[in-house]
Ligand binder design. Structure first.
Ligand code: GUN
Ligand code: ZN
Length: 435
């Protein structure tokens, strides 16, 4: 049994912050501590009372004056695209065809996949991301490499082998049957093994035949507790091509709806150019729209209309993510910063409290995992990040004038990156300082 008594300033959200100073939305301890045993949070709160509950052999770690928060959650990224980041293209489809579909072919090689998996989890740790929802390549072996490394490091992860059977190079295509069989084999081997979870992953309507989307729907009915992830309404040319391929359906969401892919465990990357009807179908089904700020800017895809989705009578559930390698940073802090700017361009506001809610409890709720991750409270998995808002000389200088928690958070969001991550705990184990 390994116990740790981790001391520092403690911040954990309880609910959506309603305004810039909504103190009821979070709990904060100036001199706080978290007690973990074997990867689980046993106690949290003020240092003196948590210390009393700690066994004598607990390892004491003092992070004062830094801020301890729940680990960041990245709800959409592509593990085989680490070497695609920063590829020069006019827009999504050119970027996919010129770089991404070429790069992903390398993952037929298990040695390459294993090497990239190691680099991938190192990068998440470096950036304070403790859980993620990842796309692997079409190859079953890429999911093997991913889960093998994730399990070895004891991450809470959701991932799936991409299903794609058309409109891509032949070396990247499966078939409706092999996509189904391989996904099922991966589910049987990995889903529920330690902290590993499998997502059914049809890449998007353009690269899946109707038969394949039908198979994805069949998998969802067969395994109703699994997540499903795909891409939706990211770019105008993509939307037009989808309409050509599926002329019988009146819009993009209707295509996925027809094959039974909507629902509370369904994650739709991008969801930028949705009609009111599509947003209504998303909210009625409990589907999640995943905002990917750095990717949307990098590929010039469009401005995610967060408030339109969030402030409807029946709101659409929203998550936020990096979308590596369309996205340009692994950092959820950089992601918040770019997201903030996208909202600014549309006259929309996102308070610093709302930002940090979104990358912790907000994303955990979007994944229906709030009973396991996203907060620091007894019973939750001990995934945490330790933040230093004065990590660089420029940040330290700005920090001199900060007087409030919300200002500190906004500084972290605006100027922070992996240098602001002092430590990352994965299931109670320090992971960054040992990289
Ligand atoms: N749509 C289908 N595949 C992808 C992908 O890999 N990245 C992004 N950004 N959009 C996609
Ligand atoms: Zn994506």
């Amino acid at each position: 049994m390994t116990s740790r008594l981790i001391r520092g300033r403690l911040l954990s959200f309880k609910d959506v912050p309603r305004d810039i100073d909504d103190t009821s939305s979070y709990s904060y301890e100036e001199d706080g501590a978290v007690l973990t045993t074997d990867g689980v949070i046993i106690a949290s709160g003020d240092y003196a009372s948590v210390k009393q509950q700690a066994p004598a052999e607990a390892i004491a770690i003092d992070h004062r004056p830094h801020l301890i928060m729940p680990g960041f959650i990245d709800t959409h990224l592509h593990f085989p695209q680490m070497q695609v980041i920063g590829s020069y293209a006019a827009a999504l489809l050119e970027w996919l065809n010129t770089y991404t579909f070429v790069e992903e072919q390398k993952f037929v090689d298990p040695v390459h996949a294993a090497r990239i998996a190691t680099a991938f989890f190192d990068e998440l740790v470096r950036h304070g991301t403790t859980s993620a929802v990842a796309y692997c390549s079409v190859h079953k072996s890429s999911a093997e490499a991913f889960f093998t490394e994730s399990h070895r490091r004891n991450f809470r992860m959701i991932a799936g082998k991409v299903m794609m059977d058309r409109n891509a190079p032949p070396a990247l295509l499966d078939t409706p049957q092999s996509g189904y069989d391989d996904t099922k084999a991966i589910i049987e081997e990995w889903h529920g093994k330690g902290r590993q979870m499998v997502a059914i992953t049809p890449r998007f309507a353009i690269t899946s035949s109707p038969e394949q989307l039908d198979m994805a729907g069949a998998l969802m009915r067969e395994f109703p507790d699994l997540h499903m992830q795909t891409h939706l309404s990211e770019n105008h040319a993509e939307i037009e091509f989808t309409k050509e391929l599926y002329p019988q359906h009146h819009d993009y969401v209707a295509v996925y709806d027809h094959y039974g892919l909507l629902g509370p465990k369904s994650l739709f990357g991008h969801s930028i150019h949705l009609s009111d009807r599509e947003a209504d179908a998303m909210s009625a089904s409990g589907s999640v729209a995943v905002f990917c700020p750095t990717s949307n800017l990098f590929l010039g895809s469009g401005l995610f209309d967060l408030k339109n989705l969030d402030e409807r009578d029946d709101p659409v559930r929203i998550a936020i993510a990096t979308d590596i390698g369309g996205g340009s940073s692994y950092s959820m802090l950089r992601t918040l910063d770019e997201g903030y700017k996208i909202l600014q361009l549309q006259g929309q506001r996102m308070t610093p409290l709302e930002s940090f809610y979104r990358i912790t409890l907000g994303n955990a709720r979007a994944l229906s995992l709030e009973d396991r991750i996203g907060t620091i409270e007894p019973g939750r998995e001990a995934d945490m990040v330790v933040l230093n808002a004065g990590a660089t000389p420029a940040m330290a200088l700005r920090m001199e004038t900060v007087t409030k928690l919300s200002e500190e958070l906004f500084l972290l969001q605006t100027m922070g990156d992996d240098r602001a991550i002092v430590e990352t705990y994965i299931a109670g184990e320090p992971a960054k300082s040992v990289l």
